[in-house]
Design a binder for this molecule. Structure first.
Ligand SMILES: NC(=O)c1ccc[n+]([C@@H]2O[C@H](COP(=O)([O-])OP(=O)(O)OC[C@H]3O[C@@H](n4cnc5c(N)ncnc54)[C@H](O)[C@@H]3O)[C@@H](O)[C@H]2O)c1
Length: 313
């Protein structure tokens, strides 16, 4: 099959594109190499992909540049490109979230709506739930984002549904719960915590450290994504969690043990936009996608630590 992966030089997109190539597909990757974090990391994420003759990279902005030529012959679209990050989504930078998350999705949907594709997979987020009322949270919980980022990701999910209903675009959405592992974005908690521990610096915690997250290892997130895209019956939305809900404080204890260093914690006010807790009900993905997260937090963190050790050497 020929797959299009948007955000292919990003954290999740680069792992997904590698997996698709391994499975024997050809991949067209699109990325605008935004400077939300160092584009050098994105170039490094994409290095292995560029060595594969089944991969082609288009450096383009989905929100403003031509995309229809890249869709020729494409069977499956994986739409992962986005301006990520909850905390940065307030204030002036909101317009970037509108461009990268809403406008880009609408332009991509317009470009595919008259084509015959097998599946359009949209990468959504647990941030659409905000401060959920039920844990674990099922897909039919009312979405009430608590950050501008969550609002834009939910708006794009709604756009996908509109194009499905009105133009028959075969949409499926996965809502990732905090993905971690090698290549994790530098603004994400584990990446910052590991860097601080390795460098002997304080760990900044926003809030009291008692907030919980359902962490998903990157290969589990990729497995669920591939299953959702290639299963003809999969429609609608699927939570993708790792089955490892844990308080940040306790995750830091695991890191201390893995790294062999004691964390110096510096507590700051909780950040506006951060949900207090997240926990995925993955029953639907388990039943319909046969999704079984297989990497526990300690093993996944060990892999991320060793990647970050190599990264700084
Ligand atoms: N990492 C997580 O824990 C997590 C959790 C929930 C949802 N998600 C979603 O998963 C997807 C991937 O996240 P990630 O953590 O890999 O982020 P990332 O920032 O590493 O990757 C996103 C990539 O999209 C590219 N991009 C952004 N706007 C673009 C545009 N207009 N045109 C072309 N390329 C563009 C960026 O340059 C970047 O390389 C996003 O849609 C994000 O909202 C991620």
């Amino acid at each position: 099959m020929k797959c299009l992966v948007t955000g292919a030089a990003g954290f999740i997109g680069s792992h997904l594109a590698e997996r698709l190539l391994l499975d024997g597909h050809t991949v067209v990757g699109i990325d605008r190499f935004s400077d939300y974090y160092d584009p050098a990391q994105k170039r490094s994420n994409a290095e292995g992909l560029l060595e594969n003759s089944g991969f082609e990279l288009a450096v383009r902005d989905l929100a403003s540049e031509r995309i229809s030529d890249l869709l020729d012959g494409v069977d499956v679209v994986f739409h992962l490109a986005a301006q990520a990050g909850v905390r940065a989504s307030w204030g002036e930078s909101f317009s970037q979230y509108v461009d990268d998350n809403i406008r880009a999705t609408q332009r991509l949907l317009e470009a595919v709506k008259d084509r015959s594709i097998d599946k359009f997979l949209y990468a959504s987020t647990s941030s659409v739930y905000g401060d959920a009322q039920r844990f674990p949270t099922p897909e039919d919980a009312p979405p009430r984002p608590v950050s501008p980022y969550g609002v834009t990701k939910l708006a794009a999910e709604h756009l996908c549904n509109l194009y499905q209903r009105n133009y028959g675009v075969p949409v499926v959405a996965v809502r990732y719960f905090t993905v971690y592992g090698p290549r994790q974005r530098p603004d994400m908690a584990f990446r910052r915590f590991i860097d601080a521990l390795l460098g002997g610096r304080d760990i900044d915690i926003y809030g009291d450290g008692g907030q919980t997250r359902d962490f998903t290892y990157i290969s589990d997130a990729v497995d669920a994504t591939v299953s959702a895209a290639f299963s003809s019956e999969a429609v609608g939305v699927f939570n993708v969690g790792g089955g490892s809900r844990i308080a940040l404080r306790d995750a830091i204890s695991i890191l201390e043990e893995l790294i062999g260093a004691e964390a110096q914690l510096k507590f700051d006010d909780a950040m506006p936009g951060d949900a207090r807790d997240t926990s995925a009900d993955i029953a639907r993905a388990a039943a319909e996608l046969r999704y079984r997260p297989s990497v526990d937090l300690a093993s996944g963190l060990a892999k991320q630590v060793s990647w970050q050790r190599g990264f700084r050497d």
